[in-house]
Design a protein around this ligand. Structure first.
Ligand code: AMP
Length: 310
């Protein structure tokens, strides 16, 4: 794997790729890589000629300086993991490269996508995410960008940014990778105490129960299902739920009825040991024909890869 610390050296390499007509996928991360991140790389490898990962702990998206300070940074281990996977390139910039003096982020109206959920609990967070992803895309110019469903609001906001700013990049949403007991993998899980780790899987279990209740009764009131789910989490011993919302997957606004849109997601964040744990579940999948076509193609590709392995 080739590692680049400067924009100039990276762009020189990427220019050669472009001239060769190779398809480049980009997977931005903040490091402390786990299988969730690695699944983005694997999916990107299946669908592209080359994969570039980046590791950069972006200060502008942290609203809590303590969170930024204690963010894990096991860089040697991350490099080994990427090498083992056969990732082609790693971009490992310093802040001076990403934010040279005078650089400003894109001017973009988020149309309220950041009003709810994470946006309401982390003022300025999504402005920071938009700023760094926009800057990285401007450096890399990939053909496709891979992001996890785990951070659903982030994914939606980046989808909005690409559309509004006419950035010609294919955005791919990758499913959530979980521990055996259902806890969504996250770089922050390492900070959980033994008791916190024991309680944490209740979040995913409750979201699955919520989906089951919705499927049993699609006419249910979304607010009732939210309240039931919050109660189940608090009753299990988790001290606090920041939010648990059932929202329109496109606008991220709370829905009043399940039949008002084809795309419905429930997103939640709980707090354990002072750590915020995020998760979500898709209750009704986006019925957009382009998306369905993409899913069908992905499935065919996966079947071909599986057939090759066997
Ligand atoms: P981060 O390093 O936390 O900024 O995450 C980098 C990318 O990995 C983002 O697109 C995340 O949504 C994605 N990601 C993080 N955790 C998971 C997971 N458990 N499963 C799938 N994708 C994930």
């Amino acid at each position: 794997m080739k590692i680049f610390k400067t924009i100039d050296s990276l762009q020189e390499e990427l220019q050669t790729l472009k001239l060769e007509g190779k398809q480049l996928a980009f997977v931005p991360t903040m490091g402390a890589l786990h299988e969730g991140h690695l699944s983005l790389i694997l999916e990107a490898q299946q669908e592209n000629d080359c994969v570039l990962a980046s590791i950069y702990v972006n200060p502008t998206q942290f609203n809590d300086p303590k969170d930024l300070e204690k963010y894990p940074r096991p860089i040697e281990k991350d490099i080994r993991a990427l090498e083992q996977l056969g990732c082609d390139y790693l971009f490992l910039p310093e802040t001076e490269e990403i934010y040279p003096k005078g650089l400003v982020g894109p001017s973009l109206d988020l149309k309220g996508l950041d009003n709810y959920m994470e946006g309401a609990h982390r003022p300025g967070h999504f402005a920071g995410v938009v700023q760094v992803v926009h800057r990285l895309l401007d450096i890399v110019h990939p053909d496709s960008l891979y992001m996890g469903q785990k951070d659903f609001q982030q994914y939606s906001i980046i989808a909005h940014m690409l559309k509004e700013l006419n950035i010609p990049v294919r955005l791919v949403r990758v499913a959530i990778v979980r521990e055996a007991d259902g806890l969504a993998m996250s770089s922050r899980n390492v900070h959980l105490s033994e008791e916190g780790r024991r309680l944490a899987p209740i979040l995913h279990k409750t979201l699955e129960d919520l989906k089951y209740h919705y499927e049993q009764n699609p006419k249910a009131d979304p607010r009732d299902l939210e309240q039931q789910a919050i109660k189940a989490i608090l009753d299990s011993g988790v001290p606090s739920v920041d939010y648990l919302d059932i929202v329109n997957g496109y606008s991220l606004q709370p829905i009043q009825k399940f039949d008002e849109t084809d795309f419905v997601v429930s997103c939640a964040t709980i707090r354990l040991d002072g750590i915020r744990l995020l998760d979500n579940i898709i209750l009704k999948e986006e019925q957009n024909p382009a998306y369905l076509q993409e899913q069908a193609e992905k499935q065919m590709l996966k079947d071909r890869v599986d057939a090759l392995k066997n």
